[in-house]
Design a protein around this ligand. Structure first.
Ligand code: SF4
Length: 311
């Protein structure tokens, strides 16, 4: 037992409401090294699944959060890397489904859905949100810098197979990067892939948080709108989070703040909403943590973000 926190938030999510994050992967363990990743670069991509933490330890933390009385709209597998690399994910999802009626969401890069056992592991989730940013091998390597074993054609095939047997909803997420994967020809190819995968929704995102590669730039709202129209009626641009007040989080505020910004860069407002603290209190804590070099500041596209300082 490493005493690690596997559960964080609930954090405000632009599309899911208050999302209790469940992180079952060692930091930045991933099959990809996306240029837009908010967690920084993947040192070494991997495709081999592992079992890093006792499932009972993860489930005890989920249970504690669910019973804490905080507002939780969904329980979301995401966090430090690709959650399907944890080979216990299927049994953890099934145990959560027995514990609560709160919907379970899995954010995945979809690369391992080529495997039957991974498709089976995600079968009991309510919503699976796979990403698909590139259809051609060239663009896949440029945007997602994948492990050598991966092939986009097979990944699209895996997603189409997953659709055949999955009873929940699939929300296909496409991250658009200006001047990279936003050409009309590539959007047409993405539409053809989406027609095979048949997701309930196609969600268009762009680089709104500080990326691993500073060259990864966002599209304008106008350009996003044109691509949404080209992708058809299921496509939507992920809307801004509607502000709601969260009940104050229990426990040590500083620890909760460090855990939250350790998962993704957040603005002071994100933190205030997520942890239920006044913005001034958040800014004061951030200033103290920055003074002790535990948190760093990054300005991206005119907005100030705070992230955990590492090593
Ligand atoms: S964005 Fe997701 S899939 Fe891409 S490198 Fe980061 S953790 Fe992996």
């Amino acid at each position: 037992m490493d005493g690690r926190r596997h559960v964080y938030g609930p954090v405000p999510s632009r599309r899911l409401g208050f999302s209790l994050g469940v992180d079952i992967i060692p930091f930045k363990t991933c099959t990809l090294d996306c240029t837009y990743c908010q967690l920084g670069s993947t040192r070494k991509t991997v495709c081999r699944r592992g079992s890093w933490f006792p499932p009972g330890e993860i489930l005890a933390q989920v249970k504690e959060a669910v019973e804490s009385g905080q507002k939780i709209d969904v329980i979301t597998f995401s966090g430090s890397g690709e959650p399907t690399l944890n080979r216990d994910i299927g049994r953890i999802i099934r145990a959560i489904k027995k514990m609560t009626r709160i919907p379970v969401v899995v954010l995945t890069n979809g690369t391992l859905l080529t495997r039957k056992e991974v498709r089976r592991d995600l079968a009991d989730a309510d919503i699976v949100v796979p990403s698909l940013d590139a259809v051609s091998g060239n663009l896949f390597r440029r945007v997602n810098r994948p492990n050598r074993a991966l092939d986009p054609e097979k990944i699209i095939d895996g997603l189409a197979r997953f659709r055949e047997g999955f009873r929940g909803e699939i929300w296909l997420e496409i991250m658009l990067i200006r001047g990279v994967n936003d050409s009309p020809a590539h959007i047409k190819a993405l539409r053809a892939a989406a027609d095979r995968i048949r997701p309930e929704r196609i969600q268009l995102n762009t680089v709104v948080r500080p990326p691993a590669d500073v060259e990864a730039k966002p599209l304008s709202p106008g350009a996003m709108g044109k691509i949404r129209d080209a992708l058809g009626p299921r496509a939507e641009i992920i809307a801004s989070f509607e502000k709601r007040k969260q009940a104050p989080a229990a426990g040590d505020f500083e620890t909760a703040l460090l855990t939250a910004v350790g998962r993704r860069p957040m603005t002071a407002e994100d933190i205030s909403l997520s942890l239920g603290r006044h913005r001034d209190e958040v800014l004061k804590a951030l200033s103290s943590l920055r003074g002790r070099r535990k948190v760093r500041k990054a300005v991206y596209e005119g907005k100030t973000y705070f992230a955990r300082a590492r090593g």
